[in-house]
Design a protein. Structure first.
Length: 125
């Protein structure tokens, strides 16, 4: 039983209709994906794994942030790896904001649970 062949006609259709592939916004380093030893899956790419795609339509108000695309290992929990890309909403008149934008880390919020025995999980921020 061989690997399924990629559906190149679908990719050609998306590209010919000017859909944007998030993979075009990868950082300087190529993502390295590791899999758990003994994982037995029929994959569509190297090491028997699958990588999904993220596309944006040409008229989408959201654009990919340069350098934000990456592929993360699912660490044996799935035969699909996690594909991540950051997006920003831009004005249709101001799309050049995306190319000049620096990648920013999302702000993290620390929360404290006020009653540890509560089953409702009341959180105080």
């Amino acid at each position: 039983m061989g690997k399924p062949t990629p559906k190149v006609e679908v990719m050609r259709y998306l590209k010919s209709n000017h859909y944007t592939d998030a993979k075009d916004f990868a950082g300087e380093c190529e993502s390295v994906v590791m899999i758990v030893k003994g994982q037995n899956v029929q994959g569509t790419c190297k090491y028997g794994t699958r990588v999904d795609y993220i596309f944006a339509s040409p008229n989408s108000p959201y654009k990919f942030v340069p350098g934000s695309y990456s592929v993360l290992s699912s660490k044996g929990t799935s035969d699909h790896h996690i594909v991540k890309a950051e997006i920003v909403k831009v004005n249709t008149n101001d799309q050049e904001n995306v190319t000049g934008m620096r990648r920013q880390r999302p702000k993290r919020k620390v929360v404290k649970m006020t009653n540890s025995s509560s089953s409702k999980g009341i959180w105080k921020t």
